[in-house]
Design a protein around this ligand. Structure first.
Ligand SMILES: *Cc1c(COP(=O)(O)O)cnc(C)c1O
Length: 384
């Protein structure tokens, strides 16, 4: 087992070692670590729903009625009323015929992609797609091509050499999780139509955040009819847990029958579905939550633009500041940590070498004072 300690030493020496922090309270804007309070700018709980009182009440009620565990996979006896209600709500919200819920977004991508394409097919990804998409592509056994980030010329070049494939699938994040920019969905759709490819969009960071009614970037670009498969997660803005795929009824029945990460795993506890349902309903009922989020995003970005920091241009509540070297990113993050602010250093392999960064995420529940405190701290560490 010496290779394990050798590898750990190598990781440590290159500034890439990762350690867990332990949080002792709920996931709000202020979190407690080792008895000390930190201002958090790293949660995907964009709308504060992970500890919203309405959501918590829905979970308590569901536990009273349905107990906790689901006891079996969905296809055996774990499929409870709340799973069905949640899928109905998701498909209605997303404007698709049907939806299928998986235990996580990771498993939704893994299951859906590896079931949609197989050996002899072609699957195409943006270079910066989420790891769960990449893993789904690899698992599928299909020929797997990657184009430079958002580069439509490179995408089309791949298609020019794709005549031999009869099944082709493009998969893209809609909001890229480490850069915070948007995929050029209208261009992707045009190219896909020209080369008769299916399109799958991952709305993990977009659901509840983008679009007039919070449906995501697909809504933002008004492309719901054109995108064949929309997936997303219930674990980010929805504040809960679970992944989903939406599309035509046939697609969903197909996945139900063939996607292994759906078939061979235990159903989510029903109360988790109750939390997701409550979150989805709040997002639809109360637009002001999303408005507060965007108010905060615009405020912080305006301020950051006037500071001498290497902000990567982002179109979302994900705000990266380029550090370059992994160690510099860690030093900046550590300095913020010492002043009581939690902003993670993102390093390879999550991002390409020499593009290590601080990655901040803004929440609807941050106050102006919270954001000003972050801005002050950032201005103190600029010179690191
Ligand atoms: C977070 C994320 C996922 C995975 O979702 P989980 O529910 O956390 O497993 C998938 N795709 C993207 C783009 C993500 O950011």
């Amino acid at each position: 087992m010496k290779y394990i300690s050798d590898e750990l030493n190598r990781i440590k020496q290159s500034g890439l070692y990762r350690e867990l922090k332990v949080v002792d309270n709920s996931q709000g804007t202020h979190i407690e670590i080792n008895g000390k309070m930190f201002l958090s700018f790293c949660s995907n709980n964009y709308l504060g729903l992970a500890n919203n009182p309405t959501v918590i009440k829905a979970v308590k009620d569901a536990v009273e009625e349905y107990g906790w565990g689901a006891g079996a996979s969905r296809l055996v006896s774990g499929n409870m009323k709340l799973h069905e209600l949640l899928e109905d709500e998701i498909s209605r919200f997303k404007g698709k015929e049907a939806a299928l819920v998986f235990p996580t977004g990771y498993m939704a991508n893994l299951g859906a992609i590896s079931t949609m394409v197989a050996g002899g097919d072609l699957v195409i990804c943006d270079k910066l797609n989420h790891a769960s998409i990449i893993d789904g592509c690899r698992l599928s056994g299909a020929d797997f091509r990657v184009y430079a980030h958002c580069n439509m010329e490179k995408l089309e070049n791949i298609f020019r050499k794709s005549a031999k494939y009869n099944r082709k699938l493009i998969v893209t994040d809609s909001v890229f999780s480490m850069d915070g920019d948007l995929a050029p969905l209208p261009d992707i759709i045009n190219i896909a139509e020209k080369y008769k490819a299916m399109v799958m969009v991952d709305e993990a960071h977009a659901t509840g955040v983008f679009g007039e009614s919070g449906r995501g970037v697909v809504e933002h670009f008004d492309l719901n009819k054109e995108v064949d498969i929309v997936m997303g997660t219930l674990s980010k803005a929805i504040g809960s847990l679970g992944g989903y795929v939406t599309g035509e009824i046939d697609l969903i029945n197909y996945l139900r029958n063939k996607a292994r990460s759906f078939m061979y795993t235990t159903a989510l506890p029903p109360a988790v579905c109750a939390a997701s349902l409550a979150g989805l309903r709040l997002i639809q009922k109360d637009q002001s939550i999303r408005e507060s989020l965007w108010h905060n995003v615009h405020y912080i970005k305006d301020k950051l633009r006037s500071m001498d920091l290497n902000m990567i241009s982002s179109e979302s509540p994900i705000i990266p500041i380029l550090a370059g070297d992994a160690q510099r990113a860690v030093d900046m993050s550590t300095a913020l940590f010492k002043s009581g602010i939690l902003v993670p250093a993102i390093r390879p392999p999550t991002v390409p070498a020499n593009s290590s960064r601080l990655r901040m995420t803004v929440m609807s529940t941050h106050t102006k004072e919270d954001i000003d405190r972050l801005l002050d701290a950032l201005s103190d560490i600029k010179g690191l």
